[in-house]
Ligand binder design. Structure first.
Ligand SMILES: [Zn+2]
Ligand SMILES: [Zn+2]
Length: 352
């Protein structure tokens, strides 16, 4: 039998595990093995597979060595076959149509902040999914637990992205961005000059989520009025118990109720300033809740359907958001990431 590509098989396994919401560190073994195996010539791999010494390579363990051996023998690795047989179900028709209309993702993290993979790995996975673009939105400085980027590191990231964009497959580009913290007073946690340079700015509340309603409303309105902000990220900050993320007790312990604010005022401000409300597709967020999403549709808001991916396989979570959007009556023409990149940039540019 002709040999399969062991690197592609290992990457595929990692992708499917991430998609299933497995912790990034558990997936790491497959990504490290893929990187290690990619550096070894085919002849040496075949020799090692025959001699049973693949696991002696740095970055390759017993499980990943078995996958490589099967792959080289032309067999679909058992590990991969098992994952493929448990793949998710198909989306309902309306959600599937919305998913098909999406051209990109406006909320994506890399290992520059708290993501698990390099930017290029995220970009490659997005291109393979058929995206035309994503916006790289690593965290801002005050979110130290997530290794938020200082102004200097963000400047370096912008140079790096410019170089990467020259090497990426045709038809895909990385747009520059940030998930900037909305601070206590509603100001944004990055230098104005930098925010102005970025293609897309997603603003999110990550601290003092229990602020009283009046205070939280003031804070959100100030952020929405900031000309740099384009998208309001995971608006309620809630955390729900997501399937696949550890045991049930652990999942429940990590839930968080939505924050409270004047929804009508916040939505009206988004409409008036022509900013988008994010529909966050993370299984542990699914934010905003459906009842609020319905109100936002009635208010006439624009939306962006995003994954908030922290690993390549999570880029495939857009279906979650599309399913909820379709249920709540969001039409494709209200969703800014159904637009080609140029139209998207004209829209963010219109915010000043
Ligand atoms: Zn966030
Ligand atoms: Zn995020």
């Amino acid at each position: 039998m002709a040999s399969r590509d062991p690197v592609a098989d290992l990457r595929r396994i990692a992708f499917l595990l991430e998609r299933a919401n497995e912790a990034t560190y558990r997936v790491k073994a497959f990504r490290s093995a893929a990187a290690a195996v990619a550096k070894v010539p085919h002849a040496e791999l075949a020799e090692r597979a025959g001699a049973g010494t693949l696991a002696k390579l740095a970055g390759v363990g017993e499980v990943t060595a078995r996958c490589v051996t099967e792959s080289l023998a032309g067999e679909e690795p058992v590990y991969l076959r098992r994952l493929l047989s448990t793949k998710g179900t198909d989306l309902p028709a309306e959600a599937a149509a919305l998913r098909a209309a999406l051209r990109g993702d406006l909320h994506v993290h890399s290992d520059w902040s708290d993501g698990g993979s390099p930017i290029e790995e995220m970009a490659l996975a997005a291109a393979e999914l058929g995206h035309e673009y994503f916006v790289l939105t690593d965290h801002s400085p005050r979110l130290t637990v997530a290794r938020g980027l200082t102004a200097d590191r963000l400047r370096r990231q912008l140079d790096h992205v410019a170089k990467l964009n020259e090497q990426l497959p045709d038809g895909f580009r990385i747009l520059t961005g940030i998930e900037v913290d909305i601070l206590d007073d509603g100001s944004l946690d990055q230098e104005d000059e930098l925010l102005a340079r970025l293609d897309v700015v997603v603003g999110s509340v990550h601290s003092k989520l229990r602020d009283d309603s009046a205070r939280m409303t003031r804070r959100m309105l100030a952020a929405i009025a900031n000309p740099h902000l384009d998208v309001l990220g995971h608006m309620t900050g809630r955390k729900v118990a997501a399937a696949g993320a550890g045991d049930a007790a652990h999942r429940t312990a990590r839930t968080r109720p939505p924050s409270t604010f004047d929804l009508e005022k916040v939505l009206a401000a988004c409409v008036e300033q022509d900013k988008a409300v994010e529909i966050n597709s993370r299984p542990d967020r699914l934010d905003p809740p459906k009842r609020m999403l319905t109100v936002a549709v009635e208010a006439g808001c624009r939306f962006s359907i995003d994954t908030d991916a922290h690993a390549p396989g999570q880029l495939d979570w857009l279906g979650n958001g599309c399913e909820r959007a379709a249920l709540c009556g969001v039409s494709a023409d209200r969703v800014v990431n159904t637009w080609p990149a140029d139209r998207l940039l004209a829209w963010t540019g219109s915010h000043g």
